[in-house]
Design a binder for this molecule. Structure first.
Ligand SMILES: Cc1ncc(COP(=O)(O)O)c(C=O)c1O
Length: 467
């Protein structure tokens, strides 16, 4: 029987295939739904094991992006789910509003033990956006309690992605994501990011840090609450900070009494080879926002981790952080997060990343010989390959070329050949790799076996100099 499920007005139809149901009823995130048709299927991933996932036709893919930078331990970890099941038998749910339960307490304590310096107070959320949203509200209320009610503004970086809720979106520096929803909450502004590949030769990289001081001066120091930055900026393609950058940012924040929020939604839980990205880069944030890998993606969870200095005023008298959500610190999810952290320890996950990252890097570096590869950058298990039209001049692709390169060829071709990774042009076009933290040489070889011929062909198609 032919299905009518894709027609407007139609209700769910018995016997429709998953493809038909998805095309008709599911609203996928950040997805051009109109591009799917009977000829161009929606990828439906049905199961996974280790670094691999399988689609509805049984085809295997190497998950080169850890789903969305979050499947730290890989797929099929029944033991993590089992920890949630055991918890549900004991206590399926109780709220964090005026009550708590053992798993939230244990997880907060465990996170405080792992977090750098005096980051000792943990507020649970359900996603990265919610963590950023909560941190922004925390920064504002902190200054208000401290008698500086005008400190409400935020400084973020261009092209950085900090999430989609209105507050978090005001921090996000991607114009296309902002424009449809303007006006956004006022007060956020953006300074240049640290794309050192495109930084003018001979110019002092520390000017990038000074731009933050200048912006604070411009806005008026009495009005600025916080600076938000990722240790390694994801959007734009794994942008590393130049040496000394965060030391200077820390000094600037101290000088102007501005809180430094380290957005580690991606860069924590081993992605950079340490529990927290700020630890690897070597700076001390006032607040860390995290999510994703905290449960290795077996359940949704996020957290805001505050220093004693930031949290203490909220612990006095009747002061209250006037913020919360029903699910924050959910016991089943907290149990899964605890099991995840047990696995990190027992299976030496961080050691594995640090031992193997140079091999991963060496494989990616070997792709630099291809004319289309302008730059390879990143650290830990988090890398980007920037694609260029001309290696000598670093000329990039224009918007139309980038569309045809990334969406017209690269993404589909890599997927077709069984590799899930990300091609992205929120900044200049990049391919990003961020596999589960259990990946080793076998997966690096498989990634290369797909990437090399696909990038060669992409170079030919785009008439890149040198092909
Ligand atoms: C740095 C950063 N912050 C915030 C977010 C938003 O997280 P979520 O998608 O869980 O809301 C992301 C998501 O990728 C992120 O990379």
């Amino acid at each position: 029987m032919s299905m009518t499920t894709s027609e407007p007005g139609s209700k769910p139809t018995a016997g429709a295939t998953l493809q038909e149901q998805a095309r008709r009823h599911l609203w996928m995130h950040f997805t051009r739904m109109g591009e799917y048709s009977e000829e161009h299927e929606i990828p439906i991933i049905v199961c996974g094991e280790g670094c691999y996932v399988y689609d509805e036709h049984g085809k295997r893919y190497l998950d080169g992006l850890a789903s969305l930078f979050c499947s730290q331990l890989g797929h099929g970890r029944y033991d993590l789910v089992q920890a949630g099941v055991e918890q549900a038998k004991e206590l399926g749910y109780f709220s964090s509003w005026s009550y708590t339960h053992p798993r939230a307490i244990e997880l907060a304590t465990r996170i405080a033990q792992l977090a750098p310096g005096d980051l000792n107070r943990v507020f649970f959320t359900n996603s990265g956006s919610e963590s950023v949203e909560s941190a922004l509200k925390l920064a504002r209320q902190y200054h208000r309690i401290m008698g500086k009610p005008h400190k409400h503004k935020l400084i973020a970086r261009e092209i950085a992605y900090h999430g989609t809720t209105f507050g978090a979106l005001s921090a996000t520096g991607v114009t296309d994501y902002r424009t449809p929803f303007e006006p956004l909450p006022p007060g956020a502004s953006h300074v240049p990011n640290t794309n050192m590949y495109r930084y003018p030769e001979g110019r002092d990289p520390m000017e990038l840090a000074e731009a933050v001081a200048k912006r604070i001066e411009f806005e008026g120091p009495d009005t600025v609450a916080a600076v938000i930055m990722e240790p390694v900026q994801n959007a734009g393609g794994c942008l590393l900070p130049p040496d000394g950058y965060f030391d200077r940012i820390r000094e600037i924040c101290d000088e102007y009494d501005v809180l430094l929020i380290s957005d580690e939604v991606i860069c924590s839980w081993g992605r950079l080879g340490t529990y927290f990205g700020s630890e690897r880069i070597g700076y001390q944030p006032d607040i860390i926002t995290t999510a994703k890998g905290i449960t290795s993606a077996y359940a949704p969870m996020g957290a805001v981790i505050a220093t004693d200095r930031v949290a203490e005023p909220f612990m006095q008298g009747t002061n209250t952080f006037l913020h919360g959500s029903t699910w924050g610190g959910h016991p089943v999810v907290a149990a899964i997060a605890l099991a995840n952290l047990d696995a990190f320890e027992n299976e030496h996950v961080l050691e594995h990343v640090r031992e193997n990252e140079s091999r991963f890097r060496a494989m990616l570096d070997s792709l630099s010989e291809l004319p289309i590869v302008g730059d390879v950058r990143g650290m830990g298990y988090f890398y980007a390959i920037e694609l260029v039209k001309d290696k000598e001049t670093k000329e990039s692709f224009n918007a139309e070329e980038s569309e045809s390169l990334l969406r017209g060829y690269l993404s589909r071709e890599m997927f077709e050949r069984g590799l899930i990774c990300r091609s992205d042009d929120r900044g200049d076009p990049v391919v990003q790799l961020s596999p589960p933290l259990i990946a080793d040489q076998q997966q690096f070889d498989e990634i290369e076996a797909v990437l090399r011929p696909v990038l060669e062909e992409a170079g030919r198609r785009m008439r890149v100099q040198g092909h």
